[in-house]
Design a protein around this ligand. Structure first.
Ligand code: GLU
Length: 524
């Protein structure tokens, strides 16, 4: 199904639902005549998944789900020299963590596998042979040394280096002889002039002429591995990919890919190139910036929803630009015809704000709050360990109360185990003299507050009620300033001199814990 008509001006894009029939040529040839949307994310495992990769995967995922299609993960590992151990696993782990798991992948399997290119080498060689037989490709025996000389010469003449296509002109007999002698060789694709304009869903009609800017490109390298171009086209065809959504840096290669599709007698997929994702100041996001690895965001307590929200918020493809969207909303609001060619400027410094919104959302939902309670219990145990003198602070009710009272104030769950909030988990040991030193009425003040809390039905109290009661307290202890009463209570409740307001502390701790701590303070 070609989901979009040719472009006749930016506004002329409209989805057509009619099925585009194409024979299934993958392992399940002919299976299911009705074409479905099938998109893929094809990272090279040369590093762990980073924010740019997550964004490409996400747009593919959203597009697939919007159109009832499948999202495929294909590991493009044909450049064996650049493989990073663990990267392929990390990519799939992180897609799962982000809540956008592939339907077909190395881990999931699927009807068009294997999903690692290094396991599909025979297929590429077979298609490369087809190209050779059709005279669309040829063996090239030029040595790396000759290519280097060509390059140097071009640079000396201030020209763009390109292969001079010399081996195009070898006779069949010359080729046979050299192959028989075991001469090292590559297979090159014969780039012909006269490429048709490329119709991209985002960039519109693009007239690119690869033959005028480069020599015949290598399809199969001397080590027998295919290059990205061959493997990509062969796989997109055999995996029945209907739409290719990828970064705009691949746009120039696409013209070459279309020529390859033609030479192999295949219909190309529909292409949509996503504009660049840049830093806020327009500079390039580097894959090498370790802090952009998804696993680092995850370790630092950022939620997947916040990452999905921020990368789509700065990009296009949606009716409005509002933050706080979750995946279901992204899917329902996505419209590929709204993707513009403007670069997406990522405001990473706003990530904490995005996270706060999504954490609040999770806390407010009873179901996800339940998981957060468990997560926070584990975090508290991990961070405070032996310092936890009383198991009561690990009770689900207590932890849940803390979450409900702190929602909207914290940006990450981790904030709740930072020193600022340690009072929530560690009961202070404050010597009674310290309280008495602040006010000779210290003991009475503490007892009064205990009674106050005990008198509230179910211990429930609103912040306004609490604040006015605390104010009223001062009237009874005219010898002690309000600020001193607060200092005293803060000390008794947390052992700290500074921190959140006393009312806030009391609300987070809850009546039981407040009474326990104030009683404790006057016993010691
Ligand atoms: N392996 C390429 C990459 O790492 C995939 C490009 C494509 O999607 O065609 O970006």
């Amino acid at each position: 199904m070609r989901l979009l008509a040719a472009r006749g001006g930016a506004a002329a894009r409209a989805w057509g639902a009619g099925p585009r029939l194409r024979l299934g040529l993958c392992g399940r040839a002919g299976a299911g005549a009705g074409e479905r949307v099938r998109v893929r994310f094809g990272p090279s495992p040369t590093g762990f998944l980073h924010l740019g990769g997550l964004r490409t995967a996400l747009y593919n995922y959203i597009f697939a789900k919007k159109h009832g299609g499948s999202f495929i993960l294909r590991i493009e590992d044909t450049d064996q020299s650049r493989l990073v151990p663990g990267a392929a696993e990390n990519i799939e782990d992180m897609l799962e963590w982000a809540g956008i798991p592939p339907d077909e992948s190395p881990r999931q399997g699927g009807p068009c596998g294997p999903y690692r290119q290094s396991e599909r080498l025979d297929l590429y060689l077979k298609e490369a042979q087809t190209l050779v037989l059709r005279n669309a490709a040829y063996y090239c025996f030029c040595s790396p040394r000759r290519l280097e000389v060509l390059k140097k010469e071009a640079l000396r003449m201030r020209q763009t280096p390109k292969y001079d296509n010399r081996c195009r002109h070898l006779t069949a007999q010359q080729v046979e002889e050299r192959l028989a002698q075991g001469c090292p060789h590559v297979i090159r694709f014969r780039l012909e002039e006269g490429a048709e304009p490329l119709d991209d869903l985002v960039y519109g009609l693009k007239q690119l002429e690869p033959a005028s800017v480069e020599g015949d490109p290598v399809m199969v390298k001397a080590d027998g591995f295919p290059t990205y171009h061959l493997a990509n086209v062969v796989d997109d065809h055999h995996m029945r990919i209907s739409h290719v959504l990828r970064g705009t840096e691949w746009l120039a290669s696409t013209a070459k890919h279309v020529l390859l599709y033609q030479a192999l007698g295949w219909e190309p997929p529909v292409f949509a190139h996503l504009p660049l994702l840049l830093n806020k100041d327009g500079s390039k996001l580097s894959k090498r910036q370790g802090d952009l690895f998804i696993q680092n965001f995850s370790r630092n307590g950022f939620l997947p929803e916040a990452l999905l929200d921020i990368v789509t918020n700065c990009g296009s493809g949606f009716s409005g630009n509002r933050s706080g969207r979750i995946l279901e909303e992204l899917i329902s609001e996505f419209d590929v015809s709204r993707i513009t060619t403007h670069s997406a400027l990522l405001e990473l410094d706003k990530l904490p704000q995005f996270n706060r919104i999504h954490l609040l959302r999770r806390i407010e939902s009873a179901e996800s709050r339940h998981d957060l309670v468990r997560e926070l219990q584990a975090l508290v145990e991990k961070v405070f360990g032996e310092k936890l003198t009383d198991g009561e602070v690990l009770c689900a009710d207590y932890v849940e109360r803390v979450l409900l009272h702190r929602k909207g104030h914290i940006t990450r769950l981790l904030d709740l185990v930072s020193p600022t909030y340690s009072y929530l988990w560690i009961r202070p040991l404050v010597p009674r003299e310290q309280i008495e030193n602040l006010s000779s009425d210290g003991e009475k003040i503490c007892s009064m507050v205990v009674r106050l809390f005990q008198s509230w039905p179910n211990g429930s109290v609103t912040p306004t009620e609490l604040n006015s009661e605390l104010r009223a307290l001062q009237a009874q202890f005219t010898g002690t300033k309000y600020s001193v009463i607060m200092k005293l209570l803060r000390l008794a409740l947390s052992g700290q001199q500074q921190g959140p307001s006393v009312a806030e502390m009391m609300l987070s701790l809850g009546p039981k814990e407040v009474c326990q701590r104030l009683q404790q303070a006057v016993i010691h």
